[in-house]
Ligand binder design. Structure first.
Ligand code: NI
Length: 138
């Protein structure tokens, strides 16, 4: 367990007002909580830029009726089986499928797999959440 440090921040009151409005809207209980999240976000971003071992969660929404699409997406995941930790398929409704793919590995590889899957013809929406296993982020 590491200790908690306090620090002061100076900024224009208009900027602080906007920040307070936004954090209230987002449901943060206080500024410290919001700032902690922002800092963690920066650290995750830094890890992704450094191309070290990290984690990504990719969601794909696609048409159930698109020909051979599910086989195609599954084939790509087999090609990168070392990075694909898990994938879950949900039948959203009569016509649409949601697939959630958890990826682990170098950020460049996770990004490239995600781009390939998302840009496959028939995929309506692909969104990658970049997260981290980072030991330096509590
Ligand atoms: Ni389905």
């Amino acid at each position: 367990m590491s200790g908690v440090s306090r620090f002061g921040v100076s900024l224009e009151s208009t900027l602080l007002d906007s920040f307070d409005g936004l954090i209230k809207q987002k449901g943060y209980r206080n500024r410290s909580e919001a700032i902690r999240d922002l800092i963690r976000g920066f650290l995750v971003e830094k890890e992704w830029q450094q191309d070290i071992e990290t984690v990504g969660v990719l969601s794909l929404v696609y048409s159930h009726h698109a020909r051979e699409l599910q086989e195609k997406l599954s084939g790509m995941q087999h090609d990168y089986h070392e990075a694909v930790v898990s994938s879950t398929h949900i039948h959203l409704d009569e016509a649409n499928c949601l697939e959630v793919v958890i990826l682990k590995g170098k950020s460049s590889i996770i990004s490239s797999i995600s781009e390939k899957l998302s840009s496959t013809r028939g995929v309506k929406h692909g969104k990658l959440i970049m997260t981290t296993t980072g030991s330096d982020i509590d």
